[in-house]
Design a protein around this ligand. Structure first.
Ligand SMILES: *Cc1c(COP(=O)(O)O)cnc(C)c1O
Length: 235
C-alpha cells in the first residue's frame, strides 16, 4: 500500500473508532481532505486512494488546483476566510463554502452563484470561543446569519463550522456549543444537517460531539511545508 492509501486508511479507522465510541453509525462523519499548501499531485493521489471531497483555504492556490484537476470528479469546499471582493470565483466553482461569517459575503455568493448550478452549500462559521481576532460570527448572532443564508435563493444552508483552540478539552466544549446551535436551528425549522468540525488533532472529540464532517489536512498529507496560521490570513 502506498503512503497516501495508508494515511487514508488510518484516518478512516480513527473516524470509525470515534463513531463507535460515540454510539453513532460507522460512517457518521464525512472526510474532507484539506490539501492546502500541497500540490495538485498530492490531491490526485488522495483521489486515487478513494477520497472525493477536498477543502482549500487560499483562493489563488485553490483555483490553480481546480484547473489542474479539472479532469477528476472532485467536490470542492472553500474553507478559508473569504473577502467580499473575492466571492465570485468561489460562487462559480465550489460546491461548498464553510467560512461564511458576514451577511455581505452571503448575499454576494448568492447573487454570483450561476443559475445553472445547484445552490451553493453553506456552513456559517462561528467563533465559539469568542476570542477577539478569530474568524466567525459570535454565537449570539449565528442563528440570525443562518436564517439569512436559508432565505437566499442560490444558497443552501447546511449548518455550522468552527475552528476551536488547540487544547483538546477546551475544543470538546466548543464542539458541544456548536452542536447546541445546530439543535436550536433545527428546533426552529431550519433544514440543517452539517456540523463541520474536527481536524487532524481533534477529530475524535469532534465526532463524539456530533461532527458530520471532519476537515483533515496533516494526518493525510503530512506536515505542511510552512506552518501557516490557521486564522487571520486572507484568501
Ligand atoms: C488547515 C485547515 C484544516 C486542516 O488542519 P489539520 O490540522 O492539518 O488537519 C482544517 N480546517 C481548516 C479551516 C483549515 O484551515
Amino acid at each position: 500500500m502506498g503512503a497516501m492509501a495508508a494515511a487514508v486508511q488510518a484516518c478512516r479507522e480513527r473516524m470509525t473508532t470515534a463513531c463507535a465510541e460515540a454510539g453513532r453509525p460507522a460512517e457518521c462523519a464525512r472526510l474532507l481532505a484539506v490539501g492546502k499548501t500541497f500540490p495538485a499531485g498530492a490531491i490526485r493521489e488522495a483521489h486515487a486512494a478513494g477520497l472525493t471531497a477536498f477543502g482549500e483555504s487560499y483562493l489563488q492556490e485553490a483555483l490553480e488546483k481546480l484547473d489542474a484537476l479539472a479532469d477528476l470528479p472532485l467536490e470542492w469546499h472553500f474553507i478559508g476566510p473569504l473577502q467580499s471582493n473575492k466571492t465570485r470565483p468561489v460562487a462559480e466553482r465550489f460546491a461548498w463554502v464553510h467560512g461564511v461569517e458576514r451577511e455581505k459575503i452571503a448575499r454576494r455568493l448568492s447573487e454570483q452563484r450561476p443559475s445553472a448550478l445547484p445552490p451553493l452549500n453553506v456552513c456559517v462559521q462561528v467563533n465559539v470561543s469568542g476570542e477577539a481576532g478569530k474568524h466567525g460570527v459570535a454565537p449570539d448572532h449565528a442563528l440570525d446569519l443562518a436564517r439569512l443564508v436559508a432565505r437566499l435563493p442560490n444558497l443552501r444552508l447546511r449548518g455550522f463550522m468552527t475552528i476551536p483552540e488547540a487544547d483538546s478539552e477546551v475544543a470538546r466544549a466548543r464542539f458541544s456549543r456548536l452542536r447546541g446551535l445546530l439543535e436550536q436551528a433545527r428546533a426552529e425549522g431550519l433544514a440543517v444537517d452539517t456540523l463541520s468540525m474536527g481536524m487532524s488533532a481533534d477529530l475524535e472529540a469532534a465526532i463524539l460531539e456530533g461532527s458530520t464532517m471532519v476537515r483533515i489536512g496533516s494526518a493525510l498529507f503530512g506536515a505542511r511545508p510552512h506552518p501557516i496560521e490557521e486564522q487571520g490570513i486572507s484568501a
